[in-house]
Design a protein around this ligand. Structure first.
Ligand code: FRU
Length: 508
């Protein structure tokens, strides 16, 4: 059950999503795996629930689902606030920071602001020899200076084995720049990417660059570049993340044909600044990703109390061939799947049959759950989650579904609950369902819908399209129902091939 505050505000803290105990967070930072732990650092303002002087907060997990929040890792200093960045394991002590074996090195942006002057951003280092519990800033900071005030931030660093060098990808206004270093301290620019390609609606931020084996075939490597694009007041989408595919030789990224088209990682409003984990053990080999579940349009106004901001569920990214296309696919991790408990499993069913079963289940429905549904081709089908009391036509709720005529997947949060904190919050967000997303397994499209106290994350076509949206249901709104094409129902046909509902989290 939701914990009610004195003002009857529902508890919006996700039951299986990371959010800070108190105060403001934004981007995930310093994602690195080391010694059995996944580290999640994050942009953190410890003195308020709105964005402010940035620190790096810190959490660790052994299973990517349960996070333990630790002490603040990095605090502002004479060079400025601590903006986004990454962390790596320096296995061979190339930096010389460690006297005994490997250690962790964080590479981050120092953001300096003097009243009346434009800000300036430089890249700096900190290191930890005790599994990330305490950090020492490098006395030679900054290690990569901006020549002039400009957007110059969010370093993502990785070891490029083929050329035995560290590589940094950095967001620089409307392009990303690539740098190389033997020791993490001395950096040389090798190339720039972004001119005349991709979406330039806003400032480029939080890039990432990593190789993926197509269909798991290690002889077919394609590099994936993620670039987050900042919000513009006049564009409804706000902040979102695009991706490119191509080749990278350690110095230059060469985009492939498919990258001529703008491609979005997520069609929802609330998945931004996401990047991937470094140093996931080779025997595991997954490329694991997490995003900040908000949008700069309204991130400072969302109606939570005492804390603000959460992360998406962790997703595994893969590249898969579908027809003539290579698609970036994202799926929830197996660790999250292992936490599920089945509550309902139905085969071919009409909407009426499903609603009967859901009504019976209602008293046992937890705040966090997954719905997996297989919708036959050509059928419009919707699931309404976090439904509030009232007659059917005035009920509040978030509608997630397939529009067969428009060939889209949608999340409609126009009546999802509290939305008056920003004019651009209420709305309907769609993802196209053309092939290869709609390419169906057995004539049906699979939707996986992850619902929590203040979010929905929808994966369609086995992870080929994603929509992530925040929602703020009113107290007590935890109903669920389905609807289908009237035509389908009249003919007595079934609305779904299969419908499953799993509890996620600790509640029964
Ligand atoms: C992205 C971002 C980054 C910056 C950080 C500041 O959301 O704007 O570019 O480093 O947030 O908190």
């Amino acid at each position: 059950m939701s914990v009610q505050t004195g003002r009857q505000q529902p508890d919006y803290r996700g039951s299986y999503h990371f959010s800070p105990k108190a105060n403001w967070i934004n981007d995930p930072n310093g994602l690195v795996h080391y010694d059995g732990e996944y580290h999640l650092f994050f942009q953190y303002h410890p003195f308020g629930t709105i964005w402010g002087p940035m620190h790096w907060g810190h959490a660790v997990s052994s299973d990517l689902v349960h996070w333990e929040e630790l002490n603040i890792a990095l605090v502002p200093d004479e060079h400025g606030a601590i903006f986004s960045g990454s962390a790596v394991v320096d296995w061979n002590n190339t930096s010389g920071f460690f006297s005994d074996g490997p250690g962790l090195v964080a590479v981050f942006t120092h953001h300096a602001e003097t009243p009346g002057r434009p800000f300036i951003q430089h890249q700096s280092l900190a290191y930890s020899a005790d599994r990330g519990r305490t950090w020492t800033k490098y006395e030679g900071n900054p290690v990569l200076r901006s020549e002039a005030p400009a957007d110059f931030r969010d370093p993502k660093v990785f070891w490029h084995a083929d050329t035995s060098s560290w590589v940094m990808i950095l967001a620089c206004g409307q392009v990303v720049k690539l740098f190389r270093s033997p020791d993490l301290k001395n950096w040389t620019e090798s190339s720039s990417f972004g001119d005349g390609i991709g979406c330039h609606d806003g400032v480029w931020e939080c890039p990432d660059l990593f190789p993926l084996a197509v269909d798991g075939d290690s002889s077919r490597i394609i590099w994936v570049m993620l670039v987050s694009v900042g919000a513009q007041p006049n564009l409804a989408e706000g902040s979102r993340t695009q991706y490119f595919t191509g080749n990278f030789d350690g110095r230059t990224f060469v985009p492939d044909e498919a990258s001529r088209q703008i491609r979005w990682l997520d069609y929802g409003r609330d998945n931004y600044a996401g990047v991937s984990w470094s140093d996931v053990p080779a025997e595991d080999g997954r490329r694991l990703y997490i995003g900040w579940m908000s949008n700069w349009h309204y991130a400072n106004q969302t109606p939570t109390e005492g804390w603000r901001g959460a992360m998406t569920i962790v997703r595994e990214l893969t590249l898969e061939t579908h027809g003539a296309q290579t698609v970036l696919v994202q799926r929830p991790t197996r660790e999250l799947e292992e936490r599920r408990r089945p509550l309902l499993e139905l085969g071919r069913s009409s909407a009426e049959e499903l609603n009967e079963a859901l009504d019976k289940l209602a008293p046992r429905l937890p705040d966090g759950y997954e719905v997996t549904v297989r919708v036959p081709e050509g059928v419009s089908f919707g699931v309404r989650v976090k439904e509030g009391a009232g007659a059917a036509d005035v009920k509040s709720g978030t509608l997630i579904g397939v529009d067969a005529a428009a060939n889209t997947l949608y999340v409609d949060r126009t009546r999802s609950g509290v939305s008056d904190f920003h004019e651009l919050f209420a709305g309907r967000h769609t993802a196209p369902l053309h092939d290869p997303v709609a390419e169906s397994a057995g004539g049906a499209l699979e939707l996986r819908i992850f619902v929590d106290r203040s979010s929905v994350e929808v994966f369609a076509g086995d992870g080929k399209a994603a929509v992530t949206d925040l929602i703020f249901p009113r107290a007590g709104a935890n109903g669920i129902s389905v609807s289908a094409d009237e035509a389908e129902e009249k003919e007595g046909a079934f609305a779904v091939e299969e419908f499953r509902l799993y509890a996620i989290g600790g509640e029964a």
